[in-house]
Design a protein around this ligand. Structure first.
Ligand SMILES: *Cc1c(COP(=O)(O)O)cnc(C)c1O
Length: 374
């Protein structure tokens, strides 16, 4: 048996949508992106969206557009993909790490207070594995002049107490990378209830010029101007075409993942010496990444052992502050964020996606049990 780490959900409908774009005149950002942005608006209860070429591009743009600059501090979590901290670095600001809660792996909101100072300009929390940080609580303890920008790369379908990403923060950013729950290979989107911000992001993603190629093409020729310095971070219509049907299917795919998640839970509970991140009761989890915690000294042996059995594995995540670049630049050392470090040493991500079968989960769990306990 072979259990891939990830399998996407693209179907003939997506291939047809994509072929339509390939046979049309317009390959770059055009009518399909407009349609996708409108459909995202419907999915996110009327909030506005701007599509971008990746989460990373979206993060860079959002911080830049909201005025994050040199010497500013941005509070974030060490337990994430490096992109979360890198977008702070791109803007020459300083990431200030706060340790995570040892049960959920999400940034420990209570500890944020102690890091607030006059240089603090924003908080960039991550909704780890698909469980949202309590954004209302974060908003309540963070002074109004400090921005909250959500790394919602794992949390497309999530809410916390009914609050969705972007709803009460300044913006939330999604990823449509190859292994995310909705994918266009590469891609991303920024969601915000601030219409002016989204309007500006749509310009900044395209060099800061006033009229996109599509706008110039649609109407009689108008000269463009460049209002401010922007980037080239737009999503092509080729990529956007792959997301239309996945968006329509999002809740159906989520339900399938929920069912498989519960089956995994049921199997894992019967295996000794394995723990899992905790899910809070008022949270709608997106069920994006299924991770387990094994004893640290066994982790790498289990990883390789699963791979030898043709089971795809991942590690989400080894903490960012111990990555060579950050360690050297900011003098971090082992022990600085013990909860994130412990999770980083224990965690294994198992195969998880709607096309997974119960028989495959049985195979994964049987091998996991053998490797951890025998
Ligand atoms: C995937 C991921 C990103 C980066 O997304 P890209 O679209 O590849 O730039 C950022 N943050 C988290 C938590 C991620 O998992």
């Amino acid at each position: 048996m072979k259990v891939d780490f990830y399998r996407h959900n693209l179907t003939n409908i997506d291939f047809k949508n994509c072929l339509k774009v390939l046979k049309s005149l317009f390959l770059t950002t055009g009518p399909v992106n407009l349609k996708l942005e409108n459909n995202l608006r419907l999915y996110f209860n009327g909030m506005n969206s701007a599509t971008v070429s990746s989460w990373t591009a979206g993060g860079h743009l959002t911080l830049y557009t909201l005025g994050i600059k040199k010497n500013d501090e941005v509070i974030t979590t060490p337990l994430s993909f490096v992109a979360t901290s890198n977008v702070i670095e791109y803007n020459n600001a300083t990431p200030i790490f706060i340790d995570v809660d040892k049960y959920t792996g999400n940034i420990d909101i209570e500890k944020i207070r102690s890091a607030l100072n006059s240089k603090t300009k924003a908080v960039l929390p991550v909704h780890l594995y698909g469980q949202m940080v309590d954004i209302q609580k974060l908003r309540n303890i963070t002074p109004k002049n400090i921005l909250i920008i959500e790394d919602a790369a794992h949390a497309f379908e999530s809410n916390f107490n009914g609050i969705k990403p972007g709803q009460i923060s300044n913006a939330a950013i999604f990823s449509f990378y190859a292994t995310k729950s909705l994918t266009s290979g590469e891609g991303g989107a920024i969601i915000s209830s601030n219409e002016k911000l989204i309007e500006k992001l749509r310009k900044v993603r395209n060099h800061g010029i006033t009229k996109s190629t599509f706008e110039r093409y649609r109407k009689k020729y108008e000269h463009y101007d460049m209002e401010f310095l922007g980037f080239k971070y737009n999503l092509t219509d080729i990529q956007a075409s792959l997301l239309l049907n996945q968006l329509r299917q999002a809740e159906k795919l989520w339900k399938r993942r929920k069912l498989l998640w519960e089956y995994y839970d049921y199997k894992i509970t019967n295996i000794k010496n394995i723990d899992k991140p905790r899910i809070l009761s008022n949270s709608k989890h997106s069920y994006y990444l299924y991770t387990v915690w094994v004893p640290p000294r066994k982790r790498d042996k289990v990883l390789l052992g699963l791979q030898q059995k043709n089971i795809g594995v991942g590690v989400n995540f080894r903490p960012i502050h111990l990555m060579r670049y950050f360690k050297k630049k900011y003098n971090y050392k082992e022990g600085d964020f013990p909860n994130a470090e412990l999770i980083g040493k224990r965690t294994i991500t198992l195969p998880f996606y709607p096309k997974l079968t119960k028989v495959e989960i049985d195979y994964v769990c049987t091998n996991l049990n053998k490797l951890v306990n025998y």
